[in-house]
Design a protein around this ligand. Structure first.
Ligand code: NAP
Length: 220
């Protein structure tokens, strides 16, 4: 039976790639996108819902699906405060998880980050760890956590720290060996592909896929 996917963050670097893979994948008959701004794209399988993410809990039917792909995220700089960052990286993923589960979703696939840890002293990594932990307590058939390292790929905006980090990491790439392998930067499209590949494998339980394992999953 063909599935319905629900995608969050479809305008972003991983999310836009995820959308392409989902639309091209025959296992999905419908791809619902919840977004705050239009993708300005049409496709027979694509249904776009433009909403205010602070009103996610308003009753409607958009959450019914089999698989949820959460590629939401921001930076503290973009969000303007730690509180706003937490909304995007913790509250919205958790709320969409609860609402989609209640609407019958079976799988939730979350893009988190390498180093995520609910006990971390680093705010970003702590929030990522906390959202993983909170969604782990919900009863999905499978909850897949992707923890990429620095993302590579063409962005519409300029993020200097990431650009410098990406350039430096490319030069230093041969040095990411042994225990450092997991820190090697990864193409955003590979993260997106691995998400769609794993979603089609009927996984069960909670699985964490660390950056260096993500690329391997794209070949499965
Ligand atoms: N960048 C890295 O190197 C890196 C490394 C490891 C992990 N990660 C994590 O990977 C995930 C995806 O990263 P990415 O670089 O693909 O993200 P991105 O390009 O910044 O895209 C983020 C998505 O979240 C949406 N979003 C942000 N704020 C929102 C808000 N207030 N309300 C509704 N939607 C909002 C964006 O929508 P708009 O387009 O409307 O803003 C966009 O669709 C994030 O969780 C990030 O923390 C990133």
């Amino acid at each position: 039976m063909k599935k319905t996917a629900l995608l969050l963050g479809a305008t972003g670097l991983i999310g836009s790639n995820c959308l392409n893979y989902l639309l091209a994948d025959d296992s999905y008959k419908l791809v619902k996108v919840i977004t705050r701004r239009s993708l300005k794209r049409t496709h027979p399988k694509l249904k776009e819902y433009i909403i205010d993410f602070n009103q996610l809990e308003k009753p409607n039917v958009v959450f019914s699906c089999e698989d949820v792909f959460c590629c939401l995220g921001t930076t503290i700089k973009k969000a303007g405060s730690e509180e706003n960052f937490r909304l995007v990286d913790f509250e919205y993923p958790l709320q969409t998880a609860s609402l989609s589960l209640a609407a019958g979703a079976k799988q939730y696939l979350l893009v988190s980050s390498i180093g995520s840890d609910k006990n971390s002293r680093n705010f970003y990594l702590r929030v990522k760890g906390e959202v993983e932990d909170a969604i782990s307590k919900l009863n999905f058939n499978s909850f897949l956590i992707f923890r990429p390292s620095l993302l590579l790929g063409a962005r519409n905006e300029i993020r200097f720290a990431e650009k410098i980090g990406g350039a430096a990491a490319k030069i230093l790439s041969p040095l990411f060996l042994g225990g450092l392998k997991k820190y090697k930067p990864i193409e955003a499209k590979d993260v997106a592909k691995a998400m769609v590949v794993l979603a089609n494998q009927n996984q069960t339980g909670i699985k964490i896929i660390i950056s260096d394992e993500i690329k391997k999953k794209t070949d499965e």
